[in-house]
Design a protein around this ligand. Structure first.
Ligand code: NAP
Length: 296
């Protein structure tokens, strides 16, 4: 199977190419940070360069496109909303146009986010209406709308916060949290709830979705609804770090560049039933990550 993975230089994209290259003919794309893989081709492809996107897609002629590339830092998106829109919305539309010119039409799997929800109720399932609070979430939602207009088979995977082993120097929020706890700096919100998902579980969900050519929207979170603060305590416990270095804060106490949703926990009943999704509880996943990662 010919697979095109955008964002191969990012945390999730790198993990995807690394596993999929074993079984498929994979091409990974990057924006500015070149990534190397022993068993996959790589191409530079800035999503804002329509001619380049078209030529890469025409050259690769993928049967499957997994679109992970995006401007992902929420604070950067707030600061430069036009750039966020150019990459996340217009870039996705450009990629969809290029895919739509192929015959047969490739299966298009798009990575979206729990931050399309406003976070007032939690436990969001696929039938809940999105209402993003931040620029990042708004651009990701508009990208979803573009994907849903694609005339070929398509799937939108709304992921929760992703954590896992450091990937060839690429880090996720767990690494930032670990550094903060080790260096005894920063505080974690007691009233911001998420359903963090282990990257290995998310990769399996994506592989299953591709294998089944699953269509529609799927929520992909972990089984635990947990505050950032409680996740920090769990991390400290699993890594043997001082619990007193995990300090609590409340959302209302901190000046933020944009309002943060309080509870964007995801209901994953549909992915469990349809894609065999069985994500690990946080503690089990953290123990696995600790055992798989070299300790500083
Ligand atoms: N990480 C999470 O916790 C999380 C949670 C929910 C959803 N998601 C979604 O999952 C996907 C992957 O997230 P991630 O954390 O793995 O992302 P990441 O590590 O921030 O990587 C982003 C990727 O997008 C590429 N990119 C950015 N701007 C681009 C542009 N203009 N043209 C082409 N490529 C561009 C980057 O390439 P260069 O660096 O080479 O430019 C990089 O490969 C994203 O769609 C994100 O919205 C992530």
């Amino acid at each position: 199977m010919r697979v095109l993975v955008t964002g191969a230089s990012g945390y999730l994209g790198w993990s995807l190419v690394s596993t999929m290259q074993r079984h498929h003919e994979v091409t990974g794309t990057y924006g500015v940070h070149r990534a190397e893989f022993p068993g996959a081709a790589v191409r530079a492809m800035d999503l804002r360069d329509a001619a380049r996107v078209r030529s890469v897609v025409e050259e690769v002629r993928p049967e499957v496109i997994i679109h992970t590339a995006a401007m992902t830092q929420t604070t950067d998106c707030e600061r430069t909303p036009d750039e966020a829109r150019a990459t996340n919305v217009e870039g996705t539309a450009t990629l969809l146009d290029a895919a739509g010119a192929l015959s047969p039409l490739p299966y298009f799997l798009h990575l979206s986010t729990d931050l399309v929800f406003e976070g007032t109720k939690g436990g969001y399932d696929e039938s809940d209406a999105p209402a993003p609070l931040m620029v990042y979430g708004r651009t990701k939602l508009d990208a979803e709308k573009a994907v849903s207009r694609y005339s070929g088979p398509m799937c939108i995977v709304r992921s929760a916060l992703i954590y896992g082993e450091p990937q060839d120097g690429r880090s996720c929020f767990l690494d930032w949290m670990l550094a903060g706890i080790r260096e005894n700096r920063g505080a974690l919100f007691t009233d911001e709830y998420r359903t963090p998902v282990y990257v290995g579980d998310l990769l399996e969900l994506i592989r299953n979705a591709v294998a089944l050519r699953a269509e529609g929207i799927f929520h992909a979170g972990g089984p635990d609804r947990i505050s950032r603060y409680d996740f920090g305590l769990l991390v400290a416990g699993v890594y043997g770090l001082p619990r007193q270095n995990v300090r609590p804060a409340r959302l209302a106490e901190v000046e933020l560049s944009a309002p943060r949703p309080a509870d964007v926990s995801l209901d994953i009943t549909k992915a469990r039933a349809t894609l065999g999704f069985a994500p690990l509880p946080c503690r089990t996943a953290l123990e696995r990550i600790r055992n798989n990662s070299p300790q500083p």
